[in-house]
Design a protein around this ligand. Structure first.
Ligand code: HEM
Length: 119
């Protein structure tokens, strides 16, 4: 499940780059379709994260924080895609994306007991 989780957010981030490339190239239709596929990957992230969460015997504060940070990453991905495709300033969402993503990596790989790099 950790592999599915990691694959899902790697794919979602790759799709975000595609959405941005299409938007900047003026191909709104391709951007929209890619954005819809990207949203399906949010569901895979949520499902795999939810399954990892469900396998906890004792739910600590750290895993709750990890989930909130994960949701924050998804919100930031979505907002960057929306702002860029509308041609609006996206820098505050870019900052949030970087901050939340780095936090999710540190928490996920560094401090969490399940997954491929057990802490
Ligand atoms: C794009 C957003 C997300 C990123 C970048 C991310 C990143 C990560 C990383 C790096 C790990 C560690 C995986 C491993 O060691 O194998 C992890 C584990 C986990 N994530 Fe996420 N995640 C995201 C979204 C979410 C969401 C939305 C949820 C909640 C539904 C969630 C819940 C979890 C849980 C419960 C774990 C297992 C922690 C453990 O190993 O004990 N994640 N995530």
């Amino acid at each position: 499940m950790a592999h599915l989780h990691i694959t899902a957010w790697v794919v979602a981030l790759a799709l975000l780059m595609l959405v941005l490339t299409f938007s900047r190239a003026g191909n709104a239709k391709a951007a929209k379709i890619t954005q819809m596929v990207m949203r399906l990957f949010y569901l895979v992230i949520l499902y795999s994260g939810g399954s990892l969460f469900a396998s906890y015997a004792n739910i600590g504060v750290l895993v709750i924080v990890k989930m909130l940070v994960g949701l924050w990453v998804i919100a930031a991905i979505e907002m960057v895609a929306i702002k860029v495709s509308k041609g609006q300033p996206a820098s505050s969402w870019w900052i949030q994306l970087v901050v939340s993503f780095v936090l999710a990596l540190i928490l996920g790989f560094g401090f969490m007991p399940l997954g491929i790099l057990p802490a």
